[in-house]
Design a protein around this ligand. Structure first.
Ligand code: SF4
Length: 161
């Protein structure tokens, strides 16, 4: 049984957070504090609400328009275990998984040496959008991203080996 998941909110049908229509889970808690962040209410690690994971999976399964789920923040990789549980359920439905992170892929691999669930979550992702939001590199024309340093990394699990 995975640990609890704390979220700041859910957007059940988004078209801006990854490919196609997506069910977006905004996690609560972020250590990065990027200047200019659009979701400062997600920063505290206390607060938010406890997610009902079975209800979330049910809701995703009942919406045929969804291509997949997106984990956004907050920092999803601060709660990798419960997100792995959701990601496994979503993949079993034939849908895909996108995750945003304020960590770079390289930092996540490093973090994964202490927390294997971080690596498992990376392996479950079809798309990772990595790196902090850097206001000086802000670019509104980028797909899914806010600043030019952020990368679209498809199938990040293959980078781990
Ligand atoms: S990683 Fe995302 S949620 Fe966290 S401070 Fe940066 S932009 Fe905001």
């Amino acid at each position: 049984m995975a640990s609890d998941l704390w979220i700041s909110g859910i957007e059940p049908e988004s078209i801006v957070d990854g490919p196609g229509f997506r069910y977006v889970i905004f996690t609560q808690g972020c250590p990065h504090h990027c200047p200019g962040c659009h979701n400062p209410q997600t920063h505290p690690f206390t607060g938010g609400k406890k997610a009902d994971i079975p209800a979330i999976l049910r809701e995703i399964g009942e919406d045929p328009i969804l291509q997949g789920v997106t984990f956004s923040g907050g920092e999803p990789f601060c709660q990798p275990e419960p997100l792995c549980e959701i990601a496994r359920g979503v993949k079993a439905m034939g849908k895909d998984v996108t995750a945003f992170s304020g960590y770079t892929l390289e930092q996540l691999v490093e973090k994964g040496k202490e927390e294997p669930a971080v690596l498992e979550l990376l392996r479950l992702c079809d798309l990772l959008i990595d790196g902090p939001y850097i206001e000086a590199q802000r670019d509104l024309t980028l797909r899914y991203r806010g600043s030019r340093n952020q990368r679209l990394i498809y199938d990040p699990g293959k980078e781990i080996g």
